[in-house]
Design a protein around this ligand. Structure first.
Ligand code: LLP
Length: 414
């Protein structure tokens, strides 16, 4: 179970991350609190860089838009893939610019195209008129065309993107016609997220090589850049399969090399856009236990957050696990249902998890909550979103302050 926690986890009577106890962190910063582990984030970044030293690695900012994390990744040689103006501005605030930013998105506003020009960013064509918009705005970076390979990845329907009929990318004939119209440096593909199936990635690469062979035959064009998107999954539960970053990236690199060689194509430079696998297992969320309520066979353990800081259970049926961080040495007694504080019966974070009998004031720690949690949070029920901290070597830094009710009221006019 503790192997689901960040690399710096230490267990005794109490959970420790980055050399600090969960209770000291909760005491200082309050709860809910998202605790990122610097050691884990740097290790994941280095794993990508080492497995593909020649590739451009871009952090997919949507997983958790945060300036401090973007700066940390920039120190490790990692840029940013952004899909909206806000994400672009986060990357710029972190000092990232030029080709180290790639602007993506299926419906870019004029403002977003203009900001991509200002940043000198690279640009993904995802719509029939994107190429002309990029050219007339004066995009200086590399232009990639996103193509839909027609591959149905094995993941939740809401996060697969490579199938025909997807709102993302251009079908092959349209992609080819677009490439024929302009100054295109490469291809982009992203088939889905939380993938633990290397087969779908290999099939995609073989499909891409055949598509590039067609581009060469029909247009005399081959891509200098090949962006394979993100997608590598992480473990959320002890029984989940594990595919390491090295294994995943090596499969991409060797499949590309083999498929390109088969068609006698010049090898492209790779671009990778990992989100979840860079930050997902690098954080733990701490919650304070409030009400413990037995009702007809189920005992609810209510925490001081819920679907406003992690809507993944509601959106994807995602499953998480947890420990009582302040009573780690104690044996679980039976299964409890962890629910949030929101006014919805669906606000259940963990359907069943074995814990020592929880009491008001205990600290519940949920691992693997670094990606698509706080970044997809809301203010449902007027609940301010939690703070995030970065820990390492016994030190802690606030990287996103807790929202206040005053922040919410500042938007009101009445
Ligand atoms: N590149 C593109 C073009 C993407 O659309 C995405 C994710 C990524 C890269 C990063 O993928 P990752 O390495 O994180 O799998 N909210 C959902 C995930 C949505 C993913 C959207 N696109 C969830 O919580 O599972």
């Amino acid at each position: 179970m503790l192997d689901l926690f960040p690399d710096s986890v230490a267990a005794g009577d109490e959970l420790q991350i980055g050399g600090l106890t969960a209770s000291a962190l909760a005491e200082e910063f309050g709860t809910p609190l998202v605790v990122y582990c610097e050691q884990t984030l740097r290790a994941r970044a280095r794993a990508y860089r080492e497995a593909a030293p020649d590739a451009r690695i871009l952090y997919s900012v949507k997983a958790f838009p945060n300036v401090a994390l973007l700066q940390l990744f920039a120190e490790e040689g990692i840029g940013a893939e952004v899909s909206a103006l806000g994400e672009l501005e986060f990357a710029r605030r972190a000092g990232i610019q030029g080709e180290r930013i790639l602007v993506d998105g299926n419906n870019k506003s004029d403002e977003e195209v203009g900001a991509a020009v200002d940043a000198g960013a690279s640009f993904v064509v995802d719509a029939p008129d994107d190429l002309e918009r990029a050219a007339s705005a004066g995009i200086r970076g590399d232009i990639l065309v996103r193509v839909t390979p027609g591959i149905d990845a094995e993941t939740h329907d809401a996060i697969k993107t490579g199938h025909l009929g997807s709102k993302f990318g251009l079908p092959p004939d349209d992609a080819l016609a677009t490439i024929g119209r302009g100054n295109v440096a490469g291809l982009h593909v992203h088939i889905g997220s939380q993938l633990l199936d290397l087969g779908a990635e290999r099939m995609t690469i073989e499909w891409l090589a055949a598509f590039v062979a067609r581009c060469r035959a029909e247009l005399g064009w081959t891509p200098r850049l090949l962006d394979l998107g993100g997608g590598l999954g992480i473990r959320y539960l002890p029984e989940d399969a594990h595919v390491g970053i090295a294994e995943f990236v090596e499969a991409l690199v060797s499949s590309t090399r083999a498929a390109w060689k088969l068609h006698g194509l010049p090898e492209p430079q790779l671009i990778l856009e990992p989100g979840r696998s860079l930050v997902g297992d690098g954080a733990v969320t701490l919650y304070r236990v409030g009400v413990v309520k037995p009702v007809s066979g189920t005992t609810y353990v209510a925490i001081d957050g819920g679907m406003s800081d992690n809507p993944r259970p509601q959106l994807y049926g995602a499953r998480f696990t947890a420990v009582l961080a302040n009573r780690l040495g104690q044996e679980p007694t039976r299964a409890y249902t962890v629910c949030g504080k929101h006014c919805e019966s669906g606000d259940v974070m963990i359907d069943r998890v074995a814990l020592p009998e929880p009491r008001r004031g205990d600290l519940l720690a949920v691992p693997a909550t670094g990606a698509y949690t706080l970044g997809m949070g809301s203010n449902y029920n007027g609940v301010p979103r939690p703070a995030a901290v970065l820990v390492g070597d016994g030190r802690v830094r606030l990287i996103r302050r807790r929202e206040t009710i005053a922040d919410l009221l500042a938007l009101e006019n009445g």
